[in-house]
Design a protein around this ligand. Sequence first.
Ligand SMILES: [Fe+2]
Length: 419
Amino acid sequence: MRYLEGAFAPVTEEITAFDLPVTGRIPAELNGRYLRNGPNALGVEDPAVHIWGMGQGMVHGVRLREGRAEWYRNRFVRTPGFAPMVNVIEHARRTFALAEGGLPPAELDDDLNTVGPCALGGTADGFTAGAHSKHDPRTGELHSLSYMVGVELVQHIVTDAGGQVVRTTSIPMTRTPFMHDFALTENHMVVWDTPLGFDGFDCRWLPGHPTRVGVMPRTGGRVRWQEIGPVHVSHTLNAYDDGDTVVVDLVTAQGPFDPADPGAIRPVLDRWTIGPDRVHQRRIDDRPQDFPRVNEARLTRPYRYGYSAATALYGIPFAPEGPPPDDAFVNALVKHDLERGTAEVHAFGRDEAAGEAVFAATGEGEDEGFLLTYVHNPSRGAGDLVILSAQDFTGEPVARVHLPGRVPLGLHGNWLPDH
Ligand SMILES: [Fe+2]
């Protein structure tokens, strides 16, 4: 029920607005579209059993050009049945809404209208690009990890910069795992097989199932599995090779994870250092947070800065029950300095629910750029696109673009710069 209320409440109308009002100054270097996808539940038959994550995909987008906010659009992803609602990316100069579990992506046009379902990353076995497909910044390849409900294998799919599938590696499993995300380094794929998996079409936590961490050469080959204690893994921040180890920074939580109530866990930021014989687990930050993002130019390689969204209060995705553990962490974004082991917090006000923040680079420096995210503006009862300077993270936003309607808390998005 709570995932239909407050900051999660769905919107029903598709809106188009031009030349949006702005407080502050939109950086003139930001030319492109900020798009974000998420479930938008309509026609819920029984709110008591509604599961967050069910619902039609809806993409909210703002187009920035030369210091102006040219338009805002929100559009349903219009495909038969469930619509891709987890992520939205650009590949080969086309825009795709992404799903998982065997549901193909949908292509969108520049104005967010649905072109139709499409086989991005499609393989002979019927797999397509999964929700957390990642670009290798050096090659422009798109790496996907894909699972299909009812199928006891997963696939690593490499799609070249032109959109052609160039390599497929099948990884045998003993059931359909819930493999929502994975990690990519310059030389390796890292996957995890946790207790969360499918029993028929039911996604559930299987007590007694360990978590296995698998490392595979990116070019294909055997997966080297190692067992660790049962743990839920939410999202990857970044990963890189370091000698004979692979370092993965990721959001984990102690299980059991109940897909019907994702707020019942406490997600934290960890570093796994995966050696030939053991997986060393270290806590980076034990404050509840998720939706970790990095400057995507640093994906797959050593890096310093990561960004995440606090999840400390009811009303924020994956929020634990009970009182917030730290007032400063409510409705907040975090900038991690992993070199120094420090973090800065940008706190928003009460009811200013903030979702995943995406880094938009404007220079070569790792934190030379801006964070973009939708933040609810309670005084207007509508959403703002908030733009923060990554180098002045705790300072006032450089701009707030005032949108004509609410933007419910959702899932993942990206900054799609002009070419
Ligand atoms: Fe995700």
